[in-house]
Design a protein. Structure first.
Length: 309
């Protein structure tokens, strides 16, 4: 029999754990018909509620369910990576516990895998129920990422994917500390089929992603898979150098023709403020890349395990 390893990262999802298990088991007849077995890995990312206890209840009645608990919250990307490290299946799937990634799509995803695709990815065709401002910035982020990086990410892309063993091994081989999973999925390549589906509301609870967290996460993605911001800083520096030389020539000519005027200090203050702001922006961009380098050379573990069942 072929084995499917399903990775389910969880953070404060005690209400959704049993619901997800029930929905996942609705595919059991499909698995049996196609000679498939499965293992279900719940990765508890340092939850503060009873997520681990709910998973342990499932383990008592189903030996195919496993639990990996972190010592603290390391982030969803670390949880996904831990799941990929533990997954031993011929196929590996990754999906959220809140049921926004419908397990009912798995049969269709397997059909595409069997047609010769290495990876089947999902994307939302709409953002129903999401604030308009958040949707706008999300679309702009995906558009920007596809223009400035080698990691192609479809608008509305989810972490919900099914892939073959070689694709999963490629993802495990990327052991960087600063992880942006959507970018990693796109960067490794492989023949990928995109499945579109309508946005699904969370089954229980509230999202853990605020607008600010998503903004910071988007900056992580941009700096992880593109050096364009550094080029932008360099171009800005050259433009201001050219502008300053042009202004020097203009001032010399003006002084020779009209004398040496002393007025204009308000505009001078504005120019100095503008240039200072651009300098700080460029320093901040360079600082982001230095910070990433700093964290990488520390060579800290991506996650720490508290308990494994």
């Amino acid at each position: 029999m072929k084995l499917l390893s399903a990775i389910v990262p969880c953070y404060n999802e005690e209400e959704n754990v049993p619901y997800f298990y029930e929905e996942f088991l609705k595919n059991e007849s499909f698995f049996k018909e196609n000679n498939l077995d499965f293992e279900l890995w719940y990765i508890d990312d340092g939850s503060k509620d009873k997520t681990a206890e709910e998973v342990k209840k499932l383990i008592q009645k189903d030996s195919r369910v496993h639990l990996l608990t972190f010592s603290r919250n390391f982030g969803k990307d670390a949880a996904i990576f831990a799941g990929f490290e533990k997954a031993k299946g011929d196929y590996v799937a990754c999906m959220d516990a809140d049921l926004q990634d419908p397990p009912s799509l798995l049969p269709e995803m397997f059909e595409n895998i069997w047609q010769g695709y290495d990876m089947v990815a999902t994307r939302r065709v709409n953002r129903k129920g999401e604030p308009p401002i958040r949707s706008f910035f999300a679309r702009m982020f995906y558009r920007l990422m596809n223009k400035i990086s080698d990691a192609q990410i479809a608008d509305g892309a989810r972490d919900f994917r099914l892939m073959t063993r070689p694709a999963a091994d490629a993802i495990v081989s990327m052991r960087e500390y600063n992880r942006f999973t959507k970018g990693i999925f796109g960067w490794v390549g492989f023949k990928t089929k995109w499945l579109e589906f309508d946005n699904v509301e969370r089954k229980k609870g509230e999202t853990k992603w605020s607008f600010w967290k998503l903004f910071i996460y988007s900056l992580e993605g941009i700096t992880s898979f593109s050096t364009t911001p550094l080029a932008f800083a360099a171009v800005m520096g050259m433009l201001f150098c050219v502008a300053s030389f042009a202004l020097i020539i203009f001032i010399i000519i003006r002084t020779l023709v009209f004398g040496d005027p002393t007025s204009g200090w308000p505009s001078l203050v504005c120019i100095i403020s503008l240039i200072s702001g651009v300098q700080l922006l460029c320093l901040g961009i360079v600082g982001q890349y230095l910070a990433k380098t700093y964290m990488e050379v520390k060579n800290r573990p991506i996650y720490l395990v508290k308990e494994e069942i």
